[in-house]
Design a protein around this ligand. Structure first.
Ligand code: NHR
Ligand code: GAR
Length: 263
């Protein structure tokens, strides 16, 4: 048997602010037909991933979708910067990409309105922020309530916002890490689901520390996305995440998950 050829490189579409796509661009998505295969499994959850940069967390999700460990279909990767390297990762995997530059919009509200229209064209069940660097308006966040996740490079509630590694080092923390949370209007303040810890070494600098945190991020995000795609994770009453029907008053720890939780 000859090997399966790699997917054809996908195109990136860059949208001018007055030309948000209509009708739904998902019709052009090269992965879409996968859903029609009669596998006996429920169809994979369509997700949209928002990025601004390297996209290594996106890559972890692509890898999980490709090796079958994540029941998701990445319907589209959207970047607010045309030079985000994650776009290249998506194209290589045959995933459709879109660029919507915030610089083309007069204010946050009009950018977010256009971003919502673009995302909704793909009818995702989940929207994943993976190194996405624009603060989102309360209207945007409310529109995706309970289906919008972020990964943040700190042990929240410590070090919300930017430059988390530098701030953890300056405070002489002995432990640092990353958190996956549901996004709310409060920046990095939404209900936390899962955390991974990293020890801070005496001679750490921010880039070494960031690299070790990233390794953990690549384990954290697929785990949480898997739970959500399996229908085991939801945002329950009082803004508390629920896993397998159990409310999480505190984030779970990756190193303390039970075999049932990992299943
Ligand atoms: N939006 C809301 N409403 N709530 C959250 O929890 C969000 C969010 C948007 C992004 C990711 C977040 C992170 O994990 C995130 C969480 C960007 C900034 C920021 O200050 C802060 C936190 C996060 C993302 N952005 C600047 C801005 O003016 C731009 C910085 C830049 O372009 O480099 O939007 O850390
Ligand atoms: C990750 O460390 C992520 O947690 C962080 O940026 C990096 C993105 O890496 N996110 C933020 O700081 C959001 N403000 P990646 O592009 O390689 O996934």
């Amino acid at each position: 048997m000859s090997p399966v050829p790699p997917p054809a490189p996908a195109e990136t579409t860059t949208w001018a602010p007055d030309r948000i796509p209509d009708p739904h661009p998902c019709l052009a998505c090269p992965q879409a037909p996968v859903q029609t295969l009669a596998t006996g499994n429920p169809p994979p959850l369509p997700i949209v991933v928002l990025i601004s940069g390297s996209g290594s967390n996106l890559q972890a999700l692509i890898d999980g979708a490709t090796d079958g460990s994540l029941p998701i279909r990445i319907a589209c990767v959207i970047a607010n910067r045309g030079d985000a390297y994650g776009l290249e990762r998506a194209r290589r995997a045959g995933i459709g990409t879109q660029v919507l530059s915030h610089k083309d919009f007069g204010d946050r509200k009009t950018f977010d309105t256009a971003l919502m229209a673009l995302i909704d064209g793909f009818q995702p069940g989940l929207v994943v922020l993976a190194g996405f660097m624009r603060i989102l308006t309360p209207d945007f966040v409310a529109h995706y309530q309970g289906r919008l996740l972020n990964i943040h490079p700190s042990l929240l509630p410590k070090y919300r916002g930017l430059h988390t590694h530098e701030r953890a080092l300056a405070a002489r923390e002995t432990e640092h890490g990353a958190t996956v949370h549901f996004v709310t209007a409060e920046l990095d303040g939404g209900p936390a689901i899962l955390q991974a810890r990293v020890s801070v070494a005496a001679d750490d600098d921010a880039s070494r520390l960031a690299a070790r945190v990233l390794v953990q991020e690549h384990r954290l995000y697929p785990q949480v996305v898997r739970w959500f795609a399996q229908g085991r994770l939801e945002l329950g009453p009082n803004d508390l995440p629920r896993l397998d029907g159990q409310a999480l008053a505190e984030p779970l720890r990756l190193d303390l998950l039970t075999p049932d939780q990992l299943a």
